[in-house]
Design a protein around this ligand. Structure first.
Ligand code: MN
Length: 248
């Protein structure tokens, strides 16, 4: 059986150089590529396209979509004005991510979201975000660790009966690099895990289609933590089952 083709949505890096001026480059972090290829998938980078026909063509060709980390989602997407602690935002990247997520979901192909991926999936399906964790009242733990990228720093409680529970069991310790989090969870999803300060650390679509997303970075923990490999292997196995469909 052929390996499933996994599209990874790219990000934009603007290089400032005194000789070249600012050059925009399209990239995907190597950890995502390695995690997919070491889990039995064939990764392919999807460039930040504006042409809808070209994007749909690529989404029809892939067997699953990985929505990686990145900058903040524009709060106007969930009907909020920007708070002063909002980070970098880009309408081009929001348009690209949200279209790719909705069309891939229409095709009922599996979607795995990581970090911003979780946040933009929640917004694409009608949910909202805390623009900064300081806006959530009460006890808070550190969600931006000062430690090596594969160091697990905070624990999560995983809800019984969820897909994440089947993969990781009732608890896990994860790495953490986020200053935002889900506020209102999109309809049709459940929060499959929470940190000790009540932040939603993973979500999954209930019943209809495979959409699974995590707030931490399992791709950075892939080599050193066997449990994190299970998330990618589960996603790749699900992609293997897919038949190619049509976008309406
Ligand atoms: Mn966290």
């Amino acid at each position: 059986m052929a390996k499933p083709l996994i599209g990874i949505l790219s990000r934009i890096f603007t290089e400032y150089d005194k000789d070249i001026n600012c050059i925009e480059r399209c990239f995907v972090s190597m950890d995502y590529i390695r995690a997919i290829e070491n889990s039995g998938g064939s990764p392919i980078i999807i460039p930040l396209l504006k042409d809808e026909e070209s994007l749909k063509k690529l989404l029809k060709d892939i067997d699953g979509l990985l929505v990686p980390g990145g900058i903040d989602v524009n709060p106007l997407r969930y009907n909020e004005e920007p708070f002063e602690k909002i980070g970098f935002i880009s309408d081009d990247i929001d348009d690209f991510d949200i279209k790719a997520i909705r069309w891939t979901y229409e095709l009922r192909k599996p979607i795995l979201g990581i970090c911003r991926g979780l946040q933009v999936i929640n917004v694409a399906f009608g949910g909202s975000l805390y623009q900064d964790l300081s806006l959530k009242s009460g006890y808070r733990i550190n969600h931006w660790q000062k430690a090596k990228k594969d160091t697990p720093t905070h624990s999560i409680d995983i809800k019984t009966g969820t897909r994440m529970f089947n993969l990781l069991g009732s608890s896990a310790i994860v790495n953490s690099y986020h200053h935002q989090a889900i506020k209102d969870l999109a309809e049709g999803f459940i929060a499959s895990s929470l940190s000790m300060d009540g932040i939603i650390e993973s979500i999954e679509k209930v019943n209809d289609g495979y959409v699974l997303a995590v707030q931490w970075h399992p791709e950075m923990m892939f080599n050193s933590h066997e449990n994190m490999r299970k998330i990618f292997i589960d996603f790749i196995e699900e992609c293997q089952k897919q038949n190619k469909g049509e976008i309406s």
